[in-house]
Design a protein around this ligand. Structure first.
Ligand SMILES: [Zn+2]
Length: 420
């Protein structure tokens, strides 16, 4: 991710205040406003305890529990308790309940009042069958007491977190793409939905396809400098990056990149609050960028390739650091620039930053340079392959321990080496 603005402090206050004043921001034609659902979402988490209910015979993977419990960052995190649906009691309905798991594995007594029809292999919405593993939904019940975060395939269980779902009452996802978002009233016909396929069809006109990319440009995009050879140049970047990362280029997922015209437009398509101008955001094989700026494009593509060929890591520090490190393969200037930033801001690198919640990382642009250099240092120490394996297994601290070191010691040595 590449945010434009640097939030110096008080992110939770900014989050609350700005999210609640969305109505004052110009509305993009064709989109449903986000404000009311957001209040309901904030209210839902304004509880001491959240009860997570799973289908019987289903257990949440520990990585999912970690992500689920770290969703709330704007206030003290609630305590999460877990139950299988057969343990769910009448008194539990008084609590704030998050249903989590494949919708078709819940029994029809528990998973009620949904705008989705649950079918054997998935669900149906607006007459369309969503029965692929990558199909998922998020739904806030109008009572404000229940949210449903359901998915067909295990690997798509957390899509709602990537999109910080809650700006709308309802989302339907297909992989990393939002298919529908909006508000769905159960009692009246006043549902308001963003039909994202249609909105994308209207907004994007020019498409450039290449071996690894599909680039979608906004109809209002007026950059004449987009040459026909752009696709070839970008494909070359992917090949070189794979070469440097020592991964093959076989079966790379086609990367769908959406290029928006004006700052803020991107936010509507990913349902992101408007208080933050986002230059770029990567959701695996789908990237979104404002304008067409080559460094931003390469930045988000780097995330996609790492995710595809190496794996995912939930930590912003390591995710951005590893991505930033790849710049050094291409440019010594990139390395030297980061070195200058680090010399200036070295006190920011602490063990707390390495393990900080992602929102802390994104508060300061200098963290990109710091994490990039620190990852480069670790790779020099353990080797690229060992780092790649630990990154994909989310076991970087374990890797450090195996070397007989601690994060504290590593930071200490790194600073000593680089600042002398
Ligand atoms: Zn990034």
């Amino acid at each position: 991710m590449k945010p434009l603005n640097i939030l110096s402090s008080g992110i939770s206050i900014i989050f609350m205040a700005c999210m609640l004043s969305l109505t004052s921001i110009a509305q993009m034609p064709g989109f449903i406003p986000m404000d009311d659902s957001l209040k309901a979402m904030l209210h839902f988490y304004d509880a001491d305890t959240i009860l997570v209910v799973m289908p019987d015979n289903y257990n949440i993977p520990s990585n999912d529990i970690h992500a689920l419990e770290n969703f709330v960052f704007w206030k003290d995190k609630p305590i999460y308790t877990y139950k299988h649906e057969s343990e769910f009691q009448a008194t539990d309905t008084l609590k704030k309940v998050q249903f989590f798991g494949p919708a078709n594995k819940f029994s029809s007594q528990v998973i009620i009042d949904l705008p989705f029809q649950i079918i054997e292999d998935g669900f149906v919405f607006k007459g369309r069958r969503f029965n692929q593993p990558q199909d998922a939904f998020y739904y806030m019940h109008p009572s404000g007491k229940r949210i449903y975060t359901c998915h067909n395939g295990e690997e798509y269980s957390l899509t709602y977190i990537g999109f910080l779902a809650g700006a709308y009452q309802l989302y339907v996802f297909h992989g990393n793409e939002i298919v529908y978002s909006g508000d769905h009233s159960l009692t009246s016909a006043e549902s308001q939905l963003n039909d994202m396929d249609k909105l994308r069809e209207v907004y994007f006109c020019r498409i450039i396809s290449s071996r690894y990319f599909k680039l979608n440009f906004a109809c209002t995009f007026t950059q004449d400098s987009l040459s026909d050879s752009l696709g070839i140049e970008l494909d070359d970047y992917v090949k070189q990056l794979c070469h440097y990362l020592n991964v093959d280029t076989l079966n790379i997922r086609h990367i769908n990149t959406y290029c928006y015209n004006l700052p803020g437009e991107l936010n509507y398509f990913i349902a992101a609050p408007l208080w933050q101008t986002i230059y770029g955001k990567s959701f695996g094989d789908i990237n979104h960028i404002t304008g067409f700026d080559l460094p931003t494009f390469k930045h988000e593509t780097g995330h996609s390739i790492i995710a595809d060929k190496i794996g995912d890591n939930p930590s912003a520090f390591f995710m951005e650091g590893f991505r930033q490190f790849t710049d050094y393969f291409f440019s010594e200037t990139a390395y030297n620039n980061d070195l200058n930033v680090f010399r200036d801001k070295h006190e920011l690198l602490t063990p707390a930053l390495v393990t900080a919640p992602n929102v802390e990382f994104f508060k300061n642009m200098a963290h990109y340079s710091i994490s990039g250099l620190f990852v480069a240092y670790m790779i020099k120490l353990v080797g690229l392959e060992a780092f790649k394996a630990a990154y994909a297994e989310n076991n970087i601290e374990g890797m450090i321990k195996q070397k007989g070191l601690s994060v504290e010691q590593l930071i200490h040595d790194f600073k000593n080496g680089i600042l002398k």
